[in-house]
Design a protein around this ligand. Structure first.
Ligand SMILES: *[C@@H]1O[C@H](CO)[C@@H](O)[C@H](O)[C@H]1NC(C)=O
Ligand SMILES: *[C@@H]1O[C@H](CO)[C@@H](O)[C@H](O)[C@H]1NC(C)=O
Length: 177
């Protein structure tokens, strides 16, 4: 906690401006401990088919097997919507950590984009998704291959601009549209 000590050390009446203090990731006001998919204040929690707080309650998709195609499709969509709520929460949390990593690299004077790390992350996600019963290729895209890493890097740039340095910019190759 170096920053507070520096602020307290200033003479009274002197405003501590950002420039000589280390500048860090600034989360969205929506990123709070209370704002998670299983929270009761979340409103539509009750309409989800399982407890979104518990990963072990996410059923295998055969739960929707039915000879009635209309019912089967509606069931699949209900579970997709529930899982999307969980994925969105985790992804927003994950973006926060990408934002922290971006700030760390920026303060060290390094590029945010680190292609060899990007490759490791997408390959790691591919292997994890395979382990849980999905496919390597779907996991690789989810892990950042293509547009996803570009959008995440843009998020990091925007946070550095907003929190620390309005003039900061870094261009990234965008391998998709
Ligand atoms: C917070 O979430 C609401 C929707 O629940 C959204 O409309 C709003 O833009 C979000 N605010 C920020 C700063 O992301
Ligand atoms: C299939 O399910 C839907 C929705 O419950 C129902 O309206 C429809 O009649 C069913 N179709 C058959 C062939 O049973």
């Amino acid at each position: 906690m170096r920053a507070p000590a520096i602020i307290w050390g200033l003479p009274l009446g002197v405003v501590a401006v950002g420039s000589n203090l280390p500048c860090h990731f600034k989360p969205s006001p929506n990123a709070t401990a209370e704002n998670h998919p299983g929270a009761h204040k979340h409103g539509h929690t009750e309409s989800f088919p399982y407890n979104l707080n518990r990963l072990s309650e996410v059923p295998v998709a055969t739960i929707c097997t039915s000879n009635n195609g209309t019912e089967e499709l509606a069931c699949a969509r209900k579970y997709i919507d529930a899982i999307d709520e969980q994925l969105a929460f985790l992804y927003a949390r994950r973006l926060g950590y990408a934002g922290v990593a971006g700030h760390s690299k920026h303060r060290a004077g390094n590029d945010l984009n680190d292609p060899s790390r990007n490759e490791q992350v997408s390959e790691g996600m591919a292997q994890r998704v395979l382990k849980y019963g999905g496919s390597l290729d779907a996991g690789r895209v989810m892990g950042g291959e293509g547009c996803q890493i570009y959008a995440s890097l843009e998020y990091e740039v925007a946070n550095i601009q907003e929190a620390c340095d309005p003039d900061f910019n870094e261009e990234f190759p965008r391998p998709c549209n």
